[in-house]
Design a binder for this molecule. Sequence first.
Ligand code: SF4
Length: 59
Amino acid sequence: MAEVEEYPGTRLTVRNDGRRCIHSRYCVLGLPDVFVPNVDGPWIRPDAEACETVIAAIS
Ligand code: SF4
């Protein structure tokens, strides 16, 4: 598995660097429709919320 993974959406591509994740779960608790752990296939779904909402959560 690559350390940096890309999850493309329509307007936004989210990049996840697993080396920097501290497993605080801020992402999954804040936007549970975008960051969906323990699923088959892509666990980050940028199109599940407004682009600006996803950017704000990641920021
Ligand atoms: S917000 Fe999510 S991706 Fe970011 S460090 Fe916490 S668990 Fe990892």
